[in-house]
Design a protein around this ligand. Structure first.
Ligand code: GCU
Length: 611
């Protein structure tokens, strides 16, 4: 079985005993990783996820809650195996209570935006899984402090009730596998479920509907008493929601919250709401503004056990977006940040795209304030190595490290630890791999849509270049390139999007002089001959980036092929690096030709741009 970063961990104690507790697992893990240690584990249930470590001479004392001991054990094992020295005293507590992986797995076994094979959990309309692989996923999650897994797609396609009733015993059996690792399950629910179950409505203010949800929750919690709660995509891309009944999202979410409250469950309500039937001729609607416009007026109206889950950017996990203003604008509502490990727009686990630095950039603008949860769309699947691209595993690993300790999170250190645990590289090999992994985002960014412009991808599949693929469509995704200029003016003088930000960010983005180059075309409409901070024209910057990006993808391919990865990773990495170099070449030529045809501008350095 492929082990990713658990490769250097000792074999998993082979106990599938349903009564195995996280603290007992912690002891077993530590004893097998460090057989010579004089170890004292002290369970202090009130400490929850928190742990304290002390070393006095040869004695090691670990104190923590039931899950705290487990997280402490894994932190010690990671440090020990990666050759990191520990101080004599350490204390650690996670920054967020919910540290989630959201699987977009369908009951038929397919995965929406899955790039690592079919579902690990479902096939043919029912649960179907290999318990050993599930335990491996649970151990991977626990080893970096992740504690919730939402098992099914937010676009709930199965008959409304199946997860809630027909498949409950199977859900319960799956929860048993995850429980020793401190991982609780969550399920995505269909807001209109009561409609399909004999109640003539899904109106959140209807007493029958409320009663139906309360009873559904009772049945679910009878089988899975520690279910973390419900994840909901409502009134979004065709999913049903409270707007059908003229109700607000606060009314919808609070109805579900009421049903979950007696069981201690949480409603995680996604804020991915926008007009997905826009007319491209309509310049008065600017999609990135939609979520803020919908939710800001509802700030303070949500029940205590509701968390609003907001994507990191205002569009949809594009290669570069600014932080969503909604994350900064809801001071009276608990929020969750949603990122996407599944590389939908970022190379589909064919192209290398290490997100370690992205996490840092997101956190730079995000005040700790009312963030209660972090969620990542899963990049896991049934492929032998779980991630499609063996190096894509780093994204789950660093995401876990980020949600445990965003303040102390260091991308370089996290990637280094992952490399050592996964491949045991040291010295020049470690440096080379870390260097390419940390640069991989920038390389991808250079050869795809320029400077925050977004959406130049092939429609639907979202892999490969297509500059006008989304231009005359209904998704609100336009670049409005013409012969003089490209981009949309999103300042106060334009669509007004920048006005959704607090003053410091608003000023930074409003002014083309202070707007970072990487986001210039997100916020501004720019003439091709506009001069950038470094003196180059916009068009020259576009050409340069695309030539450089494609060249760097080739250099990265050659460097990765020279590293001594073990089989089968070596072959898979080489094969994907070849495909990436080809993809980069295609992007380079399509984007450069597109802009050359429009602008008529030649490359100042005389490189070949096709007619
Ligand atoms: C994107 C993605 C969809 C997904 C949606 C979501 O639009 O392409 O597949 O359902 O995000 O986050 O809900």
């Amino acid at each position: 079985m492929h082990l990713n970063w658990l490769r250097s961990f000792p074999a998993l104690p082979d106990r599938q005993d349903p009564d195995l507790t996280p603290s007992a697992l912690a002891r077993a893990e530590l004893e097998s990783a460090f057989p010579g240690w004089d170890l004292t584990l002290t369970l202090s249930p009130g400490m929850g996820d928190t742990w304290v470590y002390d070393r006095i001479g040869r004695s090691v004392i670990l104190t923590g809650g039931e899950t705290g001991l487990l997280y402490g054990a894994y932190a010690l094992i990671r440090a020990g195996l990666a050759g990191r020295a520990l101080p004599e005293h350490l204390e650690s507590a996670p920054a967020y209570g919910l540290r989630m992986i959201d699987c977009w797995d369908n009951l038929d076994g397919s995965i929406e935006r899955g790039y690592a094979g079919r579902s690990l959990f479902f096939e043919g309309g029912r649960f179907a899984y290999d318990p050993a692989r599930v335990r491996h996923v649970a151990r991977m999650m626990a080893s970096v402090g992740l504690n919730v897994l939402c098992v099914n797609n937010v676009n709930v396609r199965q008959p409304a009730q199946s997860l809630m009733d027909g498949l409950l015993p199977d859900l319960s059996a799956l929860a048993d596998l995850f429980r020793p690792f401190g991982v609780r399950l969550m399920i995505s629910v269909d807001f209109s479920a009561p409609l399909g179950c004999g109640v003539g409505s899904a109106d959140p203010l209807s007493p029958e509907v409320r009663q139906w949800w309360a009873e559904a929750a009772d049945r679910i919690y009878a089988e899975v008493p520690d279910l973390a709660g419900f994840l909901v995509k409502a009134d979004s891309e065709g999913q049903p929601g409270p707007h059908t009944y003229g109700r607000t999202h606060a009314e919808g979410a609070n109805m579900l919250a009421e049903a979950l409250r007696p069981h201690g469950g949480t409603v995680v309500w996604r804020c991915f709401v926008y007009n997905c039937k826009q007319d491209w001729r309509d310049k008065g609607t600017d999609r990135p503004m939609a979520a803020y416009d919908t939710y800001k007026p509802l700030d303070g109206q949500f029940a205590e056990n509701v968390i609003l889950q907001v994507k990191n950017g205002p569009f949809d996990f594009q290669v570069r977006e600014p932080l969503s203003p909604l994350l900064l604008g809801m001071s009276r509502t608990p929020l969750g940040l949603e990122v996407q490990l599944a590389q939908e727009y970022t190379g589909q686990q064919i192209d290398l795209y290490t997100m370690a630095t992205l996490w840092k950039e997101i956190m730079a603008d995000l005040p700790a304030g009312n963030i209660r949860a972090m969620a990542a769309v899963s990049n896991l699947g049934r492929d032998e190595n779980y991630f499609g691209h063996p190096l894509a595993a780093v994204n789950l690993f660093t995401f876990g490290r980020l949600c445990w300790d965003p303040a102390g999170y260091d991308p370089e250190a996290a990637v280094t630890e992952w490399i050592r645990l996964s491949y045991g590289f040291t010295g020049a090999e470690e440096n080379a791999l870390r260097g390419w992994m940390l640069r991989s985002r920038e390389i991808y960014e250079k050869y795809t849509a320029p400077l925050g412009l977004c959406w130049m991808v092939n429609p639907h599949t979202h892999y490969g270049p297509n500059p006008w693929g989304y231009e005359f469509d209904l998704w609100g995704t336009y670049n409005r390139a013409d012969r003089q200029a490209v981009g949309i003016d999103r300042t106060g003088a334009g669509t007004g999007y920048t006005l959704q930000y607090p003053p410091a960010l608003r000023e930074r983005y409003e002014n083309p002089q202070t707007c970072p180059d990487g986001l210039k075309l997100f916020f501004h409409r720019m003439a091709y001959d506009a001069v950038m901070a470094d003196g180059r024209t916009l068009i020259q910057r576009i050409y340069d980036d695309h030539f450089e990006g494609a060249r760097e993808a080739e250099a990265m391919r050659d460097a990765l092929k020279a590293l001594p990865f073990p089989a089968p990773d070596r072959q898979v990495i080489a094969e994907r690096a070849d495909r990436q170099a080809e993809n980069a070449r295609e992007w380079r030529d399509v984007v450069n030709t597109f802009f050359r045809r429009l602008s008529g501008a030649d490359d100042a350095r005389g490189r070949r741009i096709y007619d």
